[in-house]
Write a protein that binds this ligand. Structure first.
Ligand SMILES: Nc1nc2c(ncn2[C@@H]2O[C@H](COP(=O)(O)OP(=O)(O)OP(=O)(O)O)[C@@H](O)[C@H]2O)c(=O)[nH]1
Ligand SMILES: [Mg+2]
Length: 234
C-alpha cells in the first residue's frame, strides 16, 4: 500500500530535519513518501526540507504563499496524494507530539481498517505534559463533541490519524466546511457517518519539543461553535 505521510509546517525549523530523519530511520515499510506542506515559514523550514531532498528521494513538498491554516494544508496534501496514486494517508504534526514510533503500527492497522486514530483518550493513551486546565479543556471538548455529534470516537480532536484513500474520496474534500481544529472532528465524524471501519489505538502525546504553540482561546471558542454547525449541516 503506497502511503503518504503529510506533515503541515509553520515555523518548525527546530524540529523538521530531526523529524524527517527519524521517520526514514523508523519506518520498516519502505513504500511511503513524506509530503511537507509549508506555509512560507519565515524561519527557513522549507529550505531545510529542500536541502534534505538529495538524501531522500521520496521526500516531497508543497509551499503555499502564506499562513493559510491547518485544515487547508491537510486538504491540499490529501488532494496531492489522491492525484499521485497514493492508497493511504497519515497526517501528523511536525513538533514530535506525534511520535514517529507509532507509524509502523498505523500502517499495519490500515491493512484492515479504513481509518486509524491515534488516541489520547482511551486506555494506554495520555498527554503527560498537560496542566490540569488543559486536560479539562481537552477532555471537555471531546465529551462535548461526542455528545453533540452522537459519535462514539473518544479522541475527535487529535491530529495523528490514518486514512484509506476510499474514505477521502467518499468524504469529498471539497465539501469540508470546517477550518481550524474542527477540521479533525469533521473528518472523523464523516468517516463514522459513512460507516467506515475505524480503529482507535492509544498514543502518548507529549508537548511540542521546540518552537511555539499556535493554540489560542479564540481557536477554542471557534471550535465549540463550529461543532454545532457541523451537527446542523449533517
Ligand atoms: N502549513 C501549515 N501548518 C500549520 C499551520 N498552523 C499550524 N501548522 C502546523 O501544524 C502542526 C500542528 O500545529 P501546532 O502549533 O503544533 O498545534 P497544536 O499541536 O495544537 O499546539 P501546540 O503543540 O501546543 O503548539 C504543526 O506541525 C504546525 O507547524 C498553518 O497555518 N499552515
Ligand atoms: Mg503541536
Amino acid at each position: 500500500m503506497k502511503t503518504l505521510i503529510i506533515i503541515p509546517t509553520y515555523n518548525e525549523s527546530p524540529n523538521i530535519e530531526k523529524l524527517i530523519n527519524t521517520i526514514y530511520s523508523t519506518l520498516t515499510n519502505k513504500e511511503f513518501s513524506i509530503l511537507i506542506v509549508d506555509d512560507s515559514s519565515a524561519d527557513g523550514t522549507y529550505e531545510i526540507v529542500q536541502s534534505l531532498k538529495s538524501k531522500y528521494d521520496t521526500l516531497l513538498s508543497i509551499q503555499r504563499p502564506e499562513k493559510l491554516g491547518l485544515a487547508g494544508a491537510y486538504i491540499d496534501g490529501f488532494k496531492y496524494g489522491l492525484n499521485h496514486n497514493f492508497d493511504a494517508f497519515i497526517q501528523m504534526d511536525a513538533d514530535f507530539s506525534h511520535s514517529p514510533e507509532y507509524l509502523n503500527t498505523m500502517i499495519e492497522y490500515l491493512d484492515s481498517y479504513d481509518v486509524v486514530i491515534g488516541s489520547r483518550n482511551i486506555k494506554g493513551g495520555s498527554a503527560p505534559d498537560w496542566s490540569l486546565l488543559r486536560h479539562i479543556i481537552s477532555k471537555g471538548g471531546s465529551i462535548y463533541s461526542k455528545l453533540i455529534l452522537s459519535c462514539p470516537i473518544n479522541d475527535l480532536t487529535g491530529g495523528f490519524n490514518g486514512w484509506k484513500k476510499e474514505v477521502l474520496e467518499k468524504i469529498n474534500l471539497d465539501n469540508i466546511i470546517s477550518t481550524g481544529y474542527v477540521f479533525q472532528i469533521e473528518m472523523k465524524y464523516k468517516a463514522y457517518k459513512n460507516k467506515f471501519k475505524i480503529k482507535e489505538f492509544p498514543i502518548v502525546f507529549p508537548d511540542r519539543r521546540q518552537g511555539n504553540s499556535k493554540m489560542s482561546k479564540a481557536i477554542f471558542i471557534e471550535a465549540l461553535i463550529n461543532v454545532i454547525r457541523l451537527r446542523l449541516n449533517s
